[in-house]
Design a protein around this ligand. Sequence first.
Ligand code: HEC
Ligand code: HEC
Length: 392
Amino acid sequence: MRLLIIVGSFLLIIVACRRDSGDIIDKTLRHTLKSAKVEVLKPAKPHDSKVVELGQKLMFDKILSGKKDISCATCHHPVLHAGDAISLSIGVGGKGLGPTRVLGEGRVFNPRNATEVFSRGLPGFVALNWDGSVSSIDDGLDTFAGVRLPPDLDGPLAAQHLFELASRQSMRGREDDTRAIDGTPNELAKIPDDDFKAIWHANLARLVGDPPGEGGIPEYIELFKAAYPDVPLEQLGIQHAVNAIAAWEIDTWTHTKSPFDRYLAGDNNSMSKAQKRGALLFYGKARCYECHSGGLLSDMGYHNIAAPQIGPGVGKKAPLDLGRGRITDKPQDNFKFRTPPLRNVALTGPWMHSGAYTTLEAAVRHHLDPKKSLEKYDANQLDPKITRNGAQ
Ligand code: HEC
Ligand code: HEC
């Protein structure tokens, strides 16, 4: 009996201590989160289900690409956590999905890693693409292309899609890609690169005819009519297509109920002790929050953390990728990239703008001593098909 009492009291003390240390962790973490101004994400406003239905069809339809051989979802796939699970994306001419996807004959890798597309419609998400080439600014949208955008775009997310459609490498095809894989002409590839209006017009014409309602695909005409009942067919524009894709992405891929979100909302039991200790480091000694800040875990700012570059490069400076510097033309912005949001980050490798790291640990470790990590970078971690194809 005595022994039982002793053991019992001992257990009670342990439970009390554990509760105490739990309380202390929560108290400290809540204080830290408050001073770091991390706020609960508000869920996105749901869209009309008919608009979302149209968006889903478009997201997965290869008809939006010049050769009809690639859809948005090829590079942003639900089973691959809204990305493509390869270091550098493979566009037009490629075959397969995810890690088994291979380059077409004579093609090159996209210069960058396909970002995941989670929660991109939330209000703070003002800079899209690794270099912020499509961004929200005070009086509207800023795009690197300097082109007049169609009216009534639903924010930077929808605007971003316009440039995916126009990209030769990702979707439209090269000038010599004269035919689609079903033998029909690839009218998209013939259009000069700077004639965005004509490209977007041709994209829409494939779906609903030109003028809209004449020719076109009956199923799409019905889907557009159902999604936009107040818009006469002849007034349909590419903005209706990209707004619908954005609506699908937002409704499907916005997550505001992760354990971290529930913790922020007040539930102390939503995260394990180990996770809480990690959060204390993230928001404390490790100073991750200085860039991966707020509910989105990104300051939407640009930083040069010397992530290794392995791709073919971007623009005139290829094989370098100047990142933000190419957009602003300021040398001090060279090699800066938008701080990536880290939601679901354990699932969305390979990591960094070039997909240079194939483990999350390596991506995090890189931050400890970027210069040394860059110098010691080991390309052996890459999929051999990337090293074989001239990666640096
Ligand atoms: C060949 C692969 C490929 C295809 C096809 C493709 N994307 Fe992407 N996507 C990428 C890559 C790579 C990036 C990063 C681009 C950059 O930073 O320059 C990206 C970026 C994005 C972003 C920006 C996300 C962010 O955080 O900044 C969105 C949104 C997106 N794509 C949606 C789409 C949609 C919608 C389509 C179809 C219209 C599409 N993508 C087609 C590869 C692709
Ligand atoms: C100075 C700003 C800054 C700080 C501080 C910072 N990061 Fe980053 N982080 C970035 C930028 C910028 C990138 C993207 C760099 C690139 O691709 O060129 C990045 C990339 C990442 C990635 C890869 C994400 C992806 O989708 O590819 C992870 C993971 C990450 N950071 C975690 C952390 C952690 C954990 C800490 C704290 C130990 C931290 N970061 C501190 C700016 C920062």
